[in-house]
Design a protein. Structure first.
Length: 254
């Protein structure tokens, strides 16, 4: 074999490995999330499927914002929440999304992260979450976040092996955001109401003023197709630590 060809292959293989591993290496060393700029705009929120809490389809207008490129990982959680002694459902995977964190735990994480970073991170609103999952102004109208072929974008029942997986291993959506379908559900800032879409305002809606459960979106490692659509709405007790719910961060573009 030509020595020049061998040399080229030797150079290419480490380069490919570095490209695959670099997002995980960065996240392992840096607690601040990598953010993706989302240009605001107008979109149709909800669906025409026979699902009561996704109706009616209604116009929503959002300002510019940033959203996490990846779900917050176990390593990032530990970096900020060193005193949290609660075990993860899937221990020992630093680059996997953190789970078994309640909505109130997440609020504590965000408060500490903002104090240490001087930033103004928060959870996305349900409207911001759906807009980003759909691909924002670049949306191609996919059923799932980034594709109509669910296995290409999501860890779910049937391909997950009943476990979470390191973030960023599936194909991103139109905006370059990963895992908005599957892996773990993601807490949103809103209180949940099955009738919210009937009364929601158009401009930067933030959900009901009060409620019992908080919105969570995106499906998880053990949910099937119906739990993973970009319009699917679920909710959870904000005090519970579910083994299939994590989060990603957001911040306003100000």
């Amino acid at each position: 074999m030509n020595r020049q060809v061998i040399t080229k292959r030797v150079k290419i293989i480490p380069a490919l490995l570095l490209a695959l591993l670099s997002p995980l290496l960065v996240m392992a060393q840096e607690p601040l999330p990598e953010m993706v700029f989302i240009k605001g705009g107008k979109f149709k929120m909800g669906s025409n499927l026979d699902v009561r809490d996704e109706q009616p389809v209604h116009d929503v207008i959002l300002d510019d914002f940033y959203i996490g490129k990846y779900e917050i990982t176990q390593d990032q959680w530990k970096w900020i929440m060193a005193g949290d002694t609660n075990k993860r459902f899937f221990e020992g995977c630093g680059s996997c999304p953190v789970e078994r964190v309640s909505w109130y735990n997440v609020m504590e994480f965000i408060e500490k992260l903002n104090q240490e970073s001087g930033m103004n991170y928060r959870l996305p609103t349900e409207a911001e979450w759906e807009y980003a999952a759909r691909g924002g102004l670049l949306s191609k109208g996919y059923k799932y976040s980034g594709s109509n072929f669910i296995d290409s974008v999501a860890w779910k029942d049937g391909n997950s092996g009943n476990t979470v997986h390191p973030v960023g291993r599936k194909k991103p959506n139109e905006l370059g955001v990963f895992d908005m379908t599957g892996n773990v559900f993601e807490w949103c800032s809103d209180w949940y109401s099955p009738t919210w879409y009937q009364v929601s305002g158009k401009g930067n809606p933030k959900g009901p003023d009060k409620g019992v459960s908080r919105v969570m979106r995106g499906g998880s490692w053990f949910h099937d197709h119906t739990g993973l659509r970009v319009t699917d709405r679920e909710s959870g007790n904000p005090e519970f630590r579910y083994g299939y719910v994590g989060f990603r961060l957001c911040r306003s573009a100000e």
